[in-house]
Design a protein around this ligand. Sequence first.
Ligand code: PMP
Length: 423
Amino acid sequence: VFAHLVRAPEDPILGVTVAYNKDPSPIKLNLGVGAYRTEEGKPLVLNVVRQAEQQLVNDRSRVKEYLPIVGLAEYNKLSAKLILGADRCISPLFYCLITHCMEYQDVRFKSPAIQENRVTTVQCLSGTGSLRVGGEFLARHYHQLTIYIPLPTWGNHPKIFTLAGLSVKTYRYYDPATRGLDFQGLLEDLSSAPSGAIVLLHACAHNPTGVDPTIQQWEQIRQLMRSKALLPFFDSAYQGFASGSLDADAQPVRMFVADGGECLVAQSYAKNMGLYGERVGALSIVCKSADVASRVESQLKLVIRPMYSSPPIHGASIVATILKDRNLYTEWTIELKAMADRIISMRQQLFDALRARGTPGDWSHIIKQIGMFTFTGLNSEQVAFMTREYHIYMTSDGRISMAGLSSRTVPHLADAIHAAVTS
Ligand code: PMP
């Protein structure tokens, strides 16, 4: 009965790894998939994760019963606090001013929304599952079915939201000429969006471009969106990975929450705790009142129950164990900063290597861009050349995962880029 099926294409990102695995070359390098690797090129399980797992194993009172539909209550609370903030409350404008002249780490928010019980948080299957549950909820219950996503964006976004039942449009984001933000284009496109439209925003470390708005630009985006009643849907897949500071990377989200308005936030612990395969994430919906939040939660349960019934217990227990323990939390922030710093150092080393080779072009975007990826500006023919001649694998849009590089492999990549742009 399935004989009529044609073979479906590989996923454009995961397909890179499939091709990499087939290549027998000893010098092959996979810069396609966004997963952290050590300087030795190995996947990393954080020390705090090992410690938390040990605690969980030692606790004989733990059982494997089903979680509730919305997941582990303690995990949900801690996740909301992590992204929305736990301390002082200040206005967005004042916030903008002080972040201009202070170290980010010194600025902490007390989220008014958490204080007022206006947030509902549900544990979901990593970032992807959180986006999908949020999309399905909006398609059922929100009056505007159009969602604007940045151009370009993570390749899964349009598919997730289309299948959820939303209509996907794009807003200008990246300017290939400057290899930076097309801020004017972004403002124009959001200005002409219909009132009430949903807008997907990368909270930090935009994937694939590595280009984020400045705090001042975020403030302008916030004012414009609030004036047009556009609904923000934040995708926070890299909190802590952009700057190395969890608070600094959450600033854009906190600015939108501090103004008292509504928003949705999808969180993932895949990257910042290295829990990729545990599939642990959360969807928070910030509402106007506690009463609305509890009704929203009741409807979210109706979305989740027929989809997967309830989420898995293990990953959420690891995260909760770390977030609620002061010592483990502090150790986590140190390990997270070390990952972020290694990526920043790879940027500098690649930039220096290209300069040393006299590679034509301005490569300063490599050190200006933020987070796990560099959007190199290499075109699909140059990418194909590098794969063919140098066994280097990346997505055809020229995006490379800096986390997959090491001091040992930087010269090989620099040689390949040099040859690709000069051949
Ligand atoms: N959003 C963005 C922007 C991402 O880059 C990713 C992972 N590549 C995700 C969401 C979701 O990842 P996961 O489902 O593994 O948490």
